[in-house]
Ligand binder design. Sequence first.
Ligand code: CO
Ligand code: CO
Length: 322
Amino acid sequence: MEALSNLPLVSHPNLIAGMERAEDASVYKLTDEIAIIQTVDFFTPIVDDPYSFGQVAAANALSDVYAMGGRPLTAMNVVCFPIKSMDIAILKEVLAGGVAKVHEAGAIVVGGHSIEDPEIKYGLSVTGVIHPDRVVLNNGARPGDKLILTKPLGTGIISTALKAGAAGAGAEARIVKSMTELNGKAAELMQETGVDACTDVTGFGLLGHACEMLNGSQVGMAIDSAAVPCFPEAKEFALKGMLPGGLGCNREFRAGMVDIAAGVPDYLADILFDPQTSGGLLIAVPAEKAATLLERMHREGIEAAATIGEVVAEPACRIQVT
Ligand code: CO
Ligand code: CO
C-alpha cells in the first residue's frame, strides 16, 4: 500500500502493518496463528491486448500479498469502464485475464464493483493470509544482507516506447511475459529461506522502493548498477529519451538519499528509477543464505533473479550506487 502522508495514523494491538511505513499491504492479526493481508491496486491499460492487461493487473495486485510473504486467498475486481463508447467484449477479455491469473495463484475471484468512467481502468483488491510471526516487513534489512532482485527493470521505459510506436513485438512480448509472471514462487522460496526484509518494485522504481526500505532504519545500501537485471531494449529507449513521466519525479524525489557514482551512465540511473508495473521482489537476505536462495530461484525458473548489492551499516539511510 502506498502511504498518504496526511492521513491520520491508526494503531491497534492487532495491526502488524498499517499506514505508518509505506508497507506493500496491511496485515491484521486475527489469532495467534493467522493474520489477514489486504491490498488494492488498479490502473489504466499498460498493454494493448485486453486479456494480457487483465493478467498484468492481477499479477500486480497479487504481488503486494507476496511482498509480505503471504498467500492470496480471494480477490475482488475493481472496474472503471466507458460502457457507452467501448465494446463490452473488451471488458470481458480483461476480466478473463484477471480471473485466470488469480486462479494460477491458487486464489479465487469472489466479487467486485464496476462504475462507468471515460477511461478503462482495472485492478483488484486482494485478501491473503500469513502466520503473524512470519510477516516480512520492508524495513528489517540488516548490515551484511545481500540484496536480490527477481525481475528485470525497464517495463516503464519500454511501455513508453511502445506507445510511441518505437518498440517492436519482441520487446513487447518480453515485458508482458515478465509483468504477467507471479511473484508467488519467489515469495515461497523467500519464506522457506528466512529473510530480513522484502518489498516489490513498482511505481517508484528500484531505487525509490529501496529508499522506502531504508526509511526509519539505521542501515544503508550499496548497489552495483552493472549487476542489476534490465531488459536489453531499456538501454536503447532510455538513451533516446523515451522516459515515462513518473521517472523524473522518482529521481527528483529521492535525489537527497541516493548517491550515484560518476562512472554510472545517466541512462542506467534512469533505468534504476523507471516506474515498474508488476515488478520483481527486492529481498534483503542474510549473506550466508543468499547463494542458496538465488540458486533455488534459478532452478525454479526465476531466471533473471540476481544479487544487486548489499545492506551496509554506514552511511545510514543512504544508497550508494556504483
Ligand atoms: Co501497491
Ligand atoms: Co508493493
